[in-house]
Write a protein that binds this ligand. Structure first.
Ligand code: NAI
Ligand code: MG
Length: 351
């Protein structure tokens, strides 16, 4: 029997609610497929920040480094500025563990009505490959002339050849396992240094994959296309910012944020990867027991796949689809009246 050591960071808001359900579902899958999951919980959160002044202890990264994987709820809560919570926990983990791929699959699941009514499941299935270690999310820059009429803020984006090339290459590899199509998000007409550099490297990598169809599309047109012709998209690769925005949009045109999982991957497996829902801590519904746990359950499924437990992952996916299509335990965002725990338990029981 293989045992996996998993670091669990529920975080804030509904992160805590959905994490319990994801663990419930994975424990059911582990029991059925005969492997062990050893959960170690960390209370790193905005609540911890309020008490101690830091989101995680100074040796936090070191503490996580021995685990096989990390499952994260969500971080961020009113009272702590979002840049503090994000840069105090999530971004340091992504960077220290070189989780340079942020993989965000989206598909139309049964029991959900897309805002694009009438679209079938195969027209609404794509995966966003988001650069997760550099780009627009950078600490370079500053604020100057504070309080004066000439006050300004400057924010630099960082695009390295290594960083751009490896994420684009990853997207082409994913495309080979799917439709054989990659669309790259650019904005080289407006952003005249980093984006032409990105496009150039995209062209170089594309030349190495003659079997994969590729195209560059400006981010604004791409956003419109995702709504109007989603069937034209399959693998979409974008920088940190573009990938972030596109994946929320992709989630919105399918079942909404409650259904969209993501993985922060270190493809070389030199460090643990981290899995989380695309959504945040949703303070507007936190503590009410009505958050949809499916996104976090599907993130946990991505973790099982990454660990090599593909049969267990397939069983969880099937259980999610079964429960959603029966429609008896749907949370309010799906038009039902079930609680977070009722939907989570239904999925665990279906396994
Ligand atoms: P959010 O994703 O938390 O919520 C956006 C909207 O979607 C809200 O109306 C919420 O109720 C709804 N929603 C989200 N997940 C849901 C679920 N599972 N079931 C039902 N409804 C759901 O985004 P928002 O409001 O921009 O951010 C809230 C906090 O979360 C902020 O502090 C932000 O920084 C943080 N955040 C953290 C992320 C992370 O940990 N990776 C990602 C995004 C935001
Ligand atoms: Mg986002």
């Amino acid at each position: 029997m293989t045992d996996y050591r998993i670091a669990s960071i529920p975080g804030d808001g509904i992160g805590v609610d959905v994490q319990i359900e994801a663990q419930k579902v994975l424990d059911a899958a582990a029991k059925r497929f005969g492997f062990g999951l050893e959960w170690t919980e960390f209370d790193w959160s905005c609540e911890r920040y309020a008490k101690t002044g830091t989101m995680m202890p100074e040796d936090g990264i070191e503490q996580l480094s021995g685990f096989d994987s990390i499952l994260l709820g969500a971080v961020g809560f009113p009272g702590v500025p979002d840049h503090v919570s994000l840069w105090g926990l999530l971004i340091p983990v992504r960077r220290a563990f070189q989780q340079y791929v942020n993989l965000r699959p989206v598909r139309l699941l049964p029991g959900t009505t897309s805002v694009l009514a009438g679209r079938s499941a195969d027209e609404l299935e794509m995966v966003i490959v988001r650069e997760n270690s550099e780009g627009e999310y950078s600490t370079l820059g500053g604020r100057h002339n504070s309080g004066q009429p000439g006050e300004f803020a400057l924010q630099e984006a960082v695009f390295t050849r290594v960083g751009v090339e490896r994420i684009i290459r990853y997207a082409f590899e994913v495309a080979r396992t799917r439709s054989g199509r990659v669309t790259s998000a650019t904005k080289s007409n407006g952003i005249i240094h980093t984006m032409p550099f990105w496009d150039e490297i995209f062209g170089e990598v594309a030349a190495e994959y003659p079997d994969v169809k590729s195209e560059l599309t400006h981010i604004d047109a791409l956003a419109a296309r995702m709504v109007q012709q989603p069937d034209r998209l399959d693998v979409v690769v974008g920088s940190n910012l573009f990938g972030d925005i596109l994946s929320d949009l992709a989630a919105a045109v399918t079942g909404g944020l409650g259904m969209a999982p993501s993985g922060n991957l270190n493809p070389e497996r030199a460090y643990p990867s981290m899995f989380e829902a695309v959504h945040g801590s949703a303070p507007d519904i936190a503590g009410q027991g009505i958050a949809n746990p499916v996104a976090q359950v599907l993130a946990a499924t991505m973790m099982l796949e990454h660990l090599g437990e593909t049969d267990a992952a397939a069983a969880v996916n099937a259980a999610v689809e079964k429960v959603l299509s029966e429609g008896v335990a749907l949370t309010p965002d799906l038009g039902g009246k079930a609680t977070t725990a009722q939907l989570g338990t239904a999925i665990a029981e279906a396994i």
